[in-house]
Design a protein around this ligand. Structure first.
Ligand SMILES: *Cc1c(COP(=O)(O)O)cnc(C)c1O
Length: 397
């Protein structure tokens, strides 16, 4: 009995001590926004007849196209497969060259390699982490077919300038908009000027179905190809045959990347709330910005006035010699962190296949070795943001 009391007291004493330096609970790197109505919509689909591609997917495609002000959306299984299908649909084949950014998730380059084409990297700008548009033209050859640009962190690339170059050299443009559902720059949104924009609904993206993706395009031809190619090239899918049986044919070597009704049911509600969720992230970003703006140990990416930042990631740059120490400091203080990204040309596969080495894309390497992505999601509470700020500042002192 005595012991128990003593034990309890000691426990609560430790608890107090813990609170002084740590939050009671870990500040997770990401927490999704699925609510009870999203879960009910999903359960409704699970209790229904059609689990795979059907009415829910069609509803989501229409709603997403409307949200983006685009003609067509095709629901897929991932942004990776969306990029790959678009490259295939635009005719990219063996020995073609595709220009892209070395500072992205490996998916943007992998999808090019999967087509048998060569990813040609153009270094990034330090101020945005986006492809340096002024360096694109020097990398264009007679084999260049497509530009794949990435809107890093949600900060849109200068699509008007990119399209001036693309037009001049008759190149297609695909946007890796995995970070940029809500973005806009100079009145232009993802997909508006390009052949296609590809989106991700992976677990930590702004809206999520655990896994999932989409392509937005204004090209009827590409849309029709994608609708077929995402499902083996079949001219009719199961829901068409259910409504009225008809034999299907296959006239191309298609793939398997169709979004299903379970995924779509989770996305529809989030899409309705997306601007509200974005406003919450905007507020958190402002709080981080104000806290770090005048800190000599922290530098921020720029955010111009003519932009609607999609606010996917909140990344800061610190001295690259201290970066990994800061990562472990934050993690040991119960703060989830991530790095976006280790440059693609520094990954073993790309080094071995193409002989890349340190120094080939110095700005991407510099940014890649100094960035830290902080916890950033609508459910992040004010006290948690304050704790992240004070812990990061302490780690750098
Ligand atoms: C997440 C991400 C992808 C891949 O998305 P998936 O849906 O997981 O395939 C591609 N590009 C970038 C920039 C990403 O952040």
């Amino acid at each position: 009995m005595h012991f128990l009391t003593w034990g309890k007291k000691r426990e609560s004493y430790y608890h107090l001590q813990l609170e002084k330096t740590h939050m009671k609970q870990k500040v997770e790197y990401y927490v999704h926004n699925l609510n009870s109505s999203d879960i009910s919509s999903c359960v409704k689909v699970l209790r229904s007849l059609f689990l795979s591609t059907g009415n829910e997917v069609e509803k989501f495609e229409k709603a997403f196209a409307h949200y983006l002000s685009m003609n067509y959306v095709v629901g897929t299984t991932s942004c990776t497969d969306s990029l790959f299908l678009c490259l295939k649909g635009l005719g990219v084949k063996k020995d073609d060259e595709v220009i892209t950014s070395p500072l992205s998730f490996v998916a943007s380059a992998h999808s090019i390699v999967r087509c048998g084409a060569k990813p040609v990297f153009v270094d990034v700008e330090e101020s945005t982490a986006n492809i340096d548009v002024s360096k694109i033209e020097s990398k264009i050859t007679k084999n260049t077919k497509v530009l794949v640009v990435v809107h890093m962190n949600g900060y849109m690339c200068d699509m008007k300038r990119i399209h001036t170059i693309a037009k001049k050299h008759k190149l297609k443009v695909i946007e890796d908009a995995a970070h940029c559902v809500e973005g806009m720059r100079d009145g232009v949104r993802p997909g508006h000027l390009s052949d296609a924009a590809c989106f991700s609904f992976y677990a930590v993206k702004n809206i999520t179905s655990a896994e999932g993706g989409a392509v937005a395009t204004n090209s009827k031809k590409l849309y029709e190809w994608l609708m077929k190619a995402r499902q083996h090239g079949m001219s009719k899918n199961a829901i068409n045959r259910y409504k009225k049986f008809d034999h299907y044919d296959v006239d191309i070597l298609g793939y398997k990347a169709n979004m299903n009704n379970v995924q779509a049911s989770l996305l529809l509600g989030q899409l309705e709330r997306i601007e509200k969720l974005h406003r919450k992230k905007e507020k958190i970003a402002r709080k981080y910005d104000e806290a770090f703006e005048n800190n000599p140990n922290i530098s921020l990416f720029i955010n111009k006035k003519n932009m609607k930042h999609a606010r996917h990631l909140y990344a800061v740059k610190v001295d690259s010699k201290k970066r990994d120490y800061v990562l472990s400091y934050l993690q040991s203080h119960d703060i989830g962190i991530a790095v976006h990204f280790k440059p693609i040309h520094m990954l073993t596969y790309y080094r071995q296949k193409y002989g890349y080495k340190r120094g080939d894309f110095p700005i991407a390497e510099k940014v890649g070795s100094s960035v830290i992505s902080l916890p950033f999601y609508p459910k992040l509470r004010n006290d948690q943001t304050t704790y992240v700020i004070s812990t990061l500042v302490k780690a750098l002192n």
